[in-house]
Design a protein. Structure first.
Length: 245
């Protein structure tokens, strides 16, 4: 069983990925990258990295037989090169300038990618940590909305990962992201706790702009389960203990 479906990652969509500490969604972000580069060999994939280094992305990609080290399609932007962690949570003006710089970089990279007719993929790997490092909720909300607008304009797919710290109560940033997203991909731990056979489960919910369809929806009652492997993950229907990639 394959997840995500190839047509889930289509142009002008914002895929919001949420996770929790017992079930981190790192593997899914890497999977988006690997599948996109394999399906669209000349399509750009731009990673706006907050929590994972370039070496980590290269290492995980190599285990999945994807060489990003010498790929012109893969582009990496270290957010903290432009926005060093603030020692003063009141430095809102600096936050705005740094986020504007990141936006401008992404805009330039997406403009260059429009020539080959392929759908670019943009991954913001950890928006939550930006808030933890001092970027205000208002600035982050505006930044997410600006990224969404830019990717719609450039016919790109945008993936944003948000950590849920206090389930089941959504925090203010999550509430804003839920209003922007096309699909909400929820990576959750098992209620009974992690086991050797099952690492967690995935649900897919519709965003506000997709109310007239049930395409790709996976409810919590029929959640897709997964088991992490050294190079990726194995997916299978809920209640079974085996699966295929």
């Amino acid at each position: 069983m394959q997840f995500p479906a190839p047509d889930l990652v289509s142009s002008r969509r914002l895929l919001l990925v949420t996770d929790q500490l017992p079930a981190p969604a790192d593997f899914l972000l890497h999977r988006f990258l690997h599948l996109h580069l394999k399906q669209c060999k000349t399509a750009k994939c731009i990673v706006l990295a907050v929590s994972e280094s370039l070496e980590r992305w290269k290492s995980v990609a190599s285990k999945a037989n994807t060489n990003v080290a010498h790929s012109e399609s893969f582009q990496f932007v270290d957010v903290f090169d432009q926005h060093p962690p603030s020692q003063n949570r009141g430095e809102g003006h600096a936050s705005k300038l740094s986020l504007n710089c990141i936006y401008d970089q992404l805009s330039a990279k997406l403009s260059d990618s429009r020539t080959n007719g392929q759908i670019p993929l943009v991954i913001l790997d950890d928006i939550t940590s930006l808030e933890w490092f001092g970027v205000s909720l208002l600035d982050l909300s505006r930044f997410a909305r600006a990224l969404r607008t830019l990717c719609v304009k450039m016919d790109a797919t945008l993936v944003i990962r948000h950590h849920i710290v206090t389930p089941p109560e959504p925090d203010a940033l999550l509430q804003h992201l839920l209003q922007l997203c096309t699909y909400h991909i929820e990576v959750r731990p098992l209620a009974s706790g992690r086991s050797g056979a099952v690492s967690g489960e995935i649900c897919v919910h519709l965003g506000p702009s997709m109310k007239d369809t049930n395409e790709h929806v996976i409810s919590r009652t029929s959640a897709l389960q997964y088991r992490l492997t050294e190079s990726s993950a194995v997916f299978f229907d809920k209640g079974t203990s085996t699966g295929v990639l």
